[in-house]
Design a protein around this ligand. Structure first.
Ligand code: SAM
Ligand code: SF4
Ligand code: SF4
Length: 388
């Protein structure tokens, strides 16, 4: 069933390619309605992660209510949203998460891909919610993807997330999602954020995921106030010097050893490039022209490195987005933030939308892949050394 689902996903991407190209061309000339949305539905969280500070700013009273969200979604701003993600904080801490997702599915007429990241740490609440959301997406023909965050195997995960038995709880959610996949088709896997604390565990996590036959994506740690509230964690969480080089090598090894067309390789090469070139971004980003981010209290941002351009509870979202001051701010993001921005946000969406950078990537990645046998020998030698 998973293979049929992947084929359906690729078909949908291919069908939308001409419109994606047209959108990208128009966006170079004038502002267009966004096609990609990240909605942080709450910052309330069921973990206290070392590399993210959202858990410190969770405030249920500040979260938009279901009624607020319904009203906000009536704006014309969202009419072209094709890809939407619900994140946080921990989305499943909201009692009305299923209703929020249902509203989004009903009110975003062009939606074709819907995603949620979850800790999976409260299985009794989360599993029924995710089940219902997967069913709703399936009924509407929207591709659903969800990932459980896993930052280490066993105790390492508990330490990163500061949750007792966190790995066991997340594993319960993982098992339930895999069981659900037998009945409802959706994309499922795990997501791992690599930073100072778990860098040495990265190969271990990868081996565990492979052993469990789990799709895994790795995030390189980054620091953003609007999205993660964690600008002050850079000093403790960012690998530097020899550690940073090991992290670069880990991402480059993925490019060399994982299948060429694995969507994540494009992002992994971007991480490795950023480290080796002193953080000069070369990769495209859909948020420059087609993205939008909404925080729990209604604050609207162009992306994770944007300032607040307005609050959707006070003014119509479309009016905020298109007003001159907002568009001027977007231009300033392009010159001041993008050149050093690490964000992978939906780069693989933009790979389809911006063909040339992707073709360049394929050329470089296939050259790197010729080094794979040497890398495999090195990793095996390291494994043997560690086992002694
Ligand atoms: C902010 S969390 C929100 C959803 C949910 N609470 C979770 O942890 O999965 C979304 C994703 O961001 C990742 N993340 C957390 N801190 C990060 C950081 N400093 N840099 C990059 N990714 C990070 C998490 O591991 C998770 O996969
Ligand atoms: S990464 Fe997710 S679980 Fe951890 S503090 Fe941030 S929002 Fe909460
Ligand atoms: S600052 Fe980063 S996330 Fe924002 S538009 Fe630029 S590259 Fe994209």
């Amino acid at each position: 069933m998973a293979q049929t689902y992947a084929a359906k996903y690729l078909m949908k991407a291919a069908v939308s390619a001409p419109r994606d190209l047209l959108n990208a061309a128009v966006a170079t000339m004038r502002p267009i309605h966004p096609t990609v949305l990240i909605f942080h539905c709450t910052f309330v969280c069921d973990a206290q992660c070392e590399m993210c500070s959202n858990w410190t700013r969770g405030n249920r009273k500040e979260d938009m209510s279901l009624e607020d969200i319904s009203r906000v979604l009536d704006s014309k701003l969202w009419k072209n949203i094709e890809v939407a993600f619900v994140s946080g904080g921990e989305p499943t801490t909201r009692n009305d998460l299923v209703e929020i997702c249902e509203l989004m599915l009903d009110k975003l007429p062009r939606l074709r891909k819907f995603g949620i990241n979850t800790t999976g740490l409260t299985p009794k609440r989360g599993i029924p919610m995710l089940t219902k959301i997967a069913e709703l997406c399936h009924e509407r023909g929207v591709i659903f993807s969800t990932r459980v965050s896993i930052d280490g195997v066993g105790e390492m995960h508990n330490q990163v997330r500061k949750v007792k038995k966190g790995f066991d709880k997340a594993s319960e959610t993982i098992a339930a999602m895999r069981e659900l996949q037998k009945r409802v088709p959706f994309n499922f896997g795990i997501s791992t954020t690599i930073f100072t604390m778990n860098l040495d565990d990265a190969d271990n996590i990868l081996a565990w995921a492979r052993g469990e036959d789990l799709d895994i994506v790795f995030n390189m740690v980054r620091f953003t106030e609007p999205m993660l509230g964690n600008a002050d964690l850079e000093a403790t969480c960012k690998p530097i010097g020899e550690e940073e080089e090991r992290m670069r090598q880990f991402f480059m090894d993925r490019v060399r050893m994982d299948p060429l067309l694995d969507g994540q390789n494009y992002i992994y090469m971007h991480y490795a490039d950023m480290i080796s070139n002193g953080y000069h971004r070369q990769a495209p980003c859909p948020f420059q022209t087609q993205g939008i981010m909404l925080n729990p209290n209604g604050d609207l941002f162009f992306c994770e490195n944007s300032a607040v351009v307005g609050n959707v509870l006070q003014k119509d979202a479309e009016a905020i987005y298109f007003e001159q001051a907002s568009q001027d701010h977007r231009e300033s993001i392009k010159t001041e933030q993008c050149p050093t921005c690490l964000s992978p946000c939906q780069m693989n969406v933009s790979a389809v939308k911006q063909v040339l950078p992707y073709v360049k990537f394929l050329y470089r990645a296939s050259k790197e892949k010729r080094k794979a046998p040497r890398i495999a020998a090195r990793v095996a030698a390291q494994g043997a050394q560690a086992a002694k």
